[in-house]
Design a protein around this ligand. Structure first.
Ligand code: FRU
Length: 692
């Protein structure tokens, strides 16, 4: 044993600088991700005071007596970080670690050096942290001398196979070390991803569609693997997903909320109606349960309810991973990308490499997409510009792109205009006119809506990722807000929503990323139900309302209309004969002198406080004014949570929550007084995936 870092201090090693603190850490330090893979209680961890601190640890002189020096190591990848072996004043061995991107893993892994050539010599070991910023730290433990070569790593492990089926399947270990996995066809790299490859039994299998290379020889290359890893040999081929007997019936699968078959999703992207179908693209990590490897997944629907997933359409390339963006139908073929008078469907996305740039891809069949050869179409302005949302502005006969740009330490939206979708010029910059740093952070959406349905009174809405918004006017170049920093949704886990372009009946339909965490499933996160947006006049000015799209009614199977005209405290609940997992509940009531109306939906309480005019969904409070003395509630319940609408849609409260499968009970009660029930209906719903 050279060092096990089990003492209170580092002696007989000497510490310099601040990074390693006065003695070994016991696991993670404040602000650090979960550190594991070390032995015993202590380890050398240079995250003391965060990533920016620097320092070193130097061992006393040791004699090299064995053939190998083995150690556990983790942390960031940098020339400024590492474990060094110094013999005769020279660094003769150096070990570094793979993490250089946000995310990554804090697991220590076993590595070793062959030191036979230094047998009998004196040497020192040094752990160095001269690095600052992201991943500017190193973790080391359990340094030993040994004569048996420890199982080490192989670099660029390769496996060749002939593509005979639609998919190859990667074994995934959630939270495992990330490996760079590349696929080469005819010597060319065609796919590259960071994958938490399972060395042994996987948590789940991630499919990679290789049908375009059928019959060819595929070379899979993994940058670094444990010598005894099973990963390369366990990679299999087949025409269908693995372990898919239960697909869409998994215990935590939202039954009428879109989620990807496999992997992680975040933002909805490229929402558009084209050739009779709604297209929903989405930020997708096909090879991980957490965020990463951003692709654009793709699904279509004819009715906004039944979705068919079609595979990934935009894959990471030399310009970077595929971040969020939007889609339009180029009806007049201004881009010239149409073929045989078919208007092209054009996608706008962020290639989030360095620099970060805006790009375009197109299709004339809604199935195959080609990246535009003239990409990028908008160069980097400042680092991290992203999420282009493109719309057609009829009065000025031009395209308008809203783009999130961090500009002089402010969150701003840059407005660009174009006649042909290919060349863009900056028209104006808005920070929503909010004081301080603008609230307009990420994923802008921008659209016009009539106020109270009056086509002669239209207003523009500029929406940010957290769904706060500004209402104002727009002349094709400049947005002028009348009211700004208005709150959007009132719940939890709703983000980066996007509205559909080119909807034939002119409705403004929005779908949001719904942060439903589904641990133990081979997928994670989902989308909200599609929401129809309107602007209604309130005493404070025009405000957005959210309501479930009417199409969702096709999910109703059985309807209960209990004949109740009023609810009295202590009444037997009129809903207790209902036993259903998937629900749509609609209630209009006048609270009279009652204090509260309380729903219990499968164990989750949704209560309305009359005096406060406030909704409380699972402990989360949301203002919900009575309108003309009435309150209107619509509640959707899926396996992954509730979406509650109140005050005619002024209050939308999404609430991710994995529902208890054992509890299908429903109750409603009045507290403190009688409640007049104007209407009450409960619809049992069926799964939107049924009959696939
Ligand atoms: C919002 C976001 C976008 C970005 C995308 C990357 O959730 O951060 O700004 O384009 O996710 O996945």
């Amino acid at each position: 044993m050279i060092a096990d870092f089990e003492q209170d201090n580092y002696a007989p090693w000497t510490a310099a600088g601040e990074a390693f603190g006065p003695g070994p850490a016991h696991g993670s330090l404040p602000g650090q991700m979960h550190v594991d893979g070390f032995r015993g209680k202590g380890l050398a961890n240079s995250f003391v005071k965060g990533d920016d601190s620097t320092g070193s640890l130097t061992s006393p002189e040791i004699r090299i007596e064995r053939k190998f020096i083995a150690f556990l190591i983790g942390g960031g990848k940098s020339d400024k970080l590492g474990l060094q072996l110094i013999v005769d004043g020279k660094i003769v061995r150096r070990a570094t670690v793979p993490n250089d991107n946000p995310g990554g893993s804090e697991s220590l892994a076993l590595e070793s050096w062959d030191v036979i050539e230094f047998a009998g010599k004196m040497a020192t070991l040094r752990i160095v942290d001269e690095a600052k910023g992201s991943w500017g730290h190193i973790n080391v433990d359990h340094i030993t001398q040994t004569d048996t070569k420890p199982k080490g790593f192989v670099t660029d492990a390769e496996r060749q196979l002939t593509a005979t089926a639609r998919y190859i399947h990667f074994p995934i270990k959630n939270g495992g070390a990330k490996r760079i996995v590349t696929l080469l066809v005819d010597g060319q790299q065609v796919v590259r991803n960071d994958i938490e490859l399972a060395d042994a039994a996987p948590d789940w299998w991630a499919p990679l569609d290789v049908s375009t290379w059928r019959g060819k020889t595929l070379t899979l290359r993994v940058d670094k693997l444990h010598e005894d890893s099973d990963a390369p040999k366990s990679i299999e081929q087949s025409d269908t997903l693995k372990d898919a007997e239960n697909l869409y019936r998994e215990s935590l699968r939202g039954q009428f909320h879109f989620s990807p078959q496999r992997g992680w999703n975040n933002d909805p992207n490229g929402c558009v109606f084209y050739n009779g179908e709604y297209h929903l693209f989405f930020q997708h990590n096909p090879y991980g349960w957490s965020w990463g490897n951003m692709h654009w997944g793709h699904a279509v629907s004819r009715d906004l309810v039944h979705w068919e997933e079609l595979g990934d359409k935009l894959l990471p390339d030399d310009l970077g991973p595929m971040f969020s963006g939007s889609a339009v139908v180029d009806w007049k073929n201004t881009s010239g990308l149409g073929v045989d008078s078919k208007p092209p469907l054009v996608l706008f996305y962020t290639a989030a490499g360095d620099p970060t740039v805006q790009c375009m891809a197109y299709s004339t069949d809604g199935r195959t997409f080609t990246k535009y050869s003239g990409n990028p179409i908008v160069q980097q302005i400042t680092g991290g510009n992203r999420d282009p949302k493109v719309i057609w502005h009829e009065p000025s006969q031009q395209w308008v792109m809203t783009l999130y740009v961090e500009w002089h330490q402010r969150h701003t939206i840059h407005f660009f205009t174009s006649k042909n979708l290919r060349e863009w010029k900056l028209a104006s910059i808005s920070n929503g006119d909010a004081p301080g740093s603008g609230f307009l952070f990420e994923c802008p959406d921008f659209f016009e809506l009539p106020v109270d349905g009056d086509a002669a009174r239209k207003k523009w809405v500029l929406l940010a990722a957290n769904s706060s918004y500004a209402v104002g006017s727009f002349d094709g170049n400049h947005f002028l807000p009348d009211a700004t920093r208005l709150p959007g949704h009132r719940g939890k886990g709703f983000y980066a929503a996007q509205s559909f372009s080119d909807v034939p009946d002119g409705r403004r339909i929005l779908i949001g990323w719904w942060q439903t965490e589904t641990r133990g499933m081979p997928f994670n996160q989902s989308m909200t139900i599609p929401l129809e947006l309107k602007l209604v006049q309130t005493d404070d000015g025009p405000r957005i309302t959210f309501s479930p799209v009417q199409e969702l009614e096709v999910l109703r199977t059985r309807t209960h209309r209990p004949a109740v005209k009023s609810l009295k405290p202590g009444d037997k609940t009129p809903l207790d004969t209902i036993n259903a997992e998937l629900l749509e509940i609609r209630l209009e009531f006048e609270p009279g002198n009652a204090d509260q109306l309380v729903f219990n939906i499968r164990g989750i309480a949704a209560a309305y406080d009359v005096a406060k005019q406030e909704l409380n969904v699972a402990g989360h409070l949301a203002p919900a004014p009575l309108l003309n003395g009435k309150q209107n509630l619509i509640i959707y319940c899926d396996r992954t949570g509730l979406e509650v609408f109140a005050s005619d849609g002024l209050c939308y409260t999404p609430m991710p929550q994995n529902m208890n499968p054992e509890n299908n009970r429903l109750s409603i009660e009045a507290r403190g007084g009688d409640i007049k029930v104007n209407s009450l209906e409960v619809h049992e719903l069926r799964s939107a995936w049924r009959g696939r």
